[in-house]
Design a protein. Structure first.
Length: 226
């Protein structure tokens, strides 16, 4: 695929997803543009990411610190207005590296990570906005704090000096996501948080309808992986 073809394809996918988001915002009576579209670029090389940036995408998400370190310093040098989100689970021993590279952290989910992030932000002077991840479906294999543990974790975040702007969740696969999104929205409201990181390629339209402020889209923007 030529560069112009790649740009055209990226522009078309970005326009389609953006239009779908705007439609759901309108249906929900929300302000147009109140949802941040995060293009999840994990497993994609820089040459696949550049066309989306050139097409107008300005928020990108990565799952792993090490993978992001291999491609984003150069991309951010070329496109300094891009905001980079860490949307995967973060190991406590990678906290400082994450704080140095990323702009927003979506997966704060346990006391040890809160402590590590607090220390890293103090050391680097970079105080990043964060989301607390909630294990909304109570799944053993998934990250996120238990719903019952959320008040205590939020209190610890405050004590550690973290700026918590909202809640994040990944609902169980294969079943209707709406009840889980509604629960996350209710939890955020209960704790005075107004931002919600929820919704991926398969369910982002439902998420926007239920108040998501940040959707994390991979496949719909980059296409199916080979």
């Amino acid at each position: 695929m030529t560069q112009s073809e790649a740009l055209a394809a990226a522009s078309q996918r970005l326009a389609a997803v953006t239009a779908a988001i705007r439609h759901q915002e309108k249906l929900a009576g929300r302000k147009a543009g109140s949802t941040t579209l995060i293009a999840v670029s994990k497993t994609h090389e820089a040459e696949a990411i550049r066309p989306l940036i050139l097409a107008g995408a300005r928020h990108f998400g990565e799952n792993r610190v090490q993978e992001a370190q291999g491609k984003w310093p150069a991309l951010k040098a070329d496109f300094p207005d891009v905001t980079l989100h860490l949307v995967g689970q973060l190991q406590s021993n990678k906290a400082k590296e994450a704080v140095e590279l990323f702009d927003v952290i979506h997966g704060v989910d346990r006391p040890s990570l809160v402590t590590a992030l607090g220390k890293a932000m103090q050391e680097t002077g970079r105080h990043l906005p964060c989301f607390v991840q909630v294990n909304i479906g109570n799944e053993d294999q998934k990250g996120g704090c238990a719903v019952a543990d959320l008040p205590a974790l939020l209190a610890q975040c405050t004590a550690a000096g973290l700026e918590i702007i909202g809640l994040m969740a990944v609902p169980p696969a294969g079943i209707e996501a709406a009840p889980f999104f509604a629960l996350l929205a209710e939890l955020a409201k209960r704790h005075g948080l107004d931002q919600l990181s929820m919704g991926m390629s398969s369910d982002y339209e439902t998420a926007v309808l239920l108040g998501s402020t940040h959707v994390r889209i991979g496949t719909a923007l980059f296409g199916e992986r080979g």
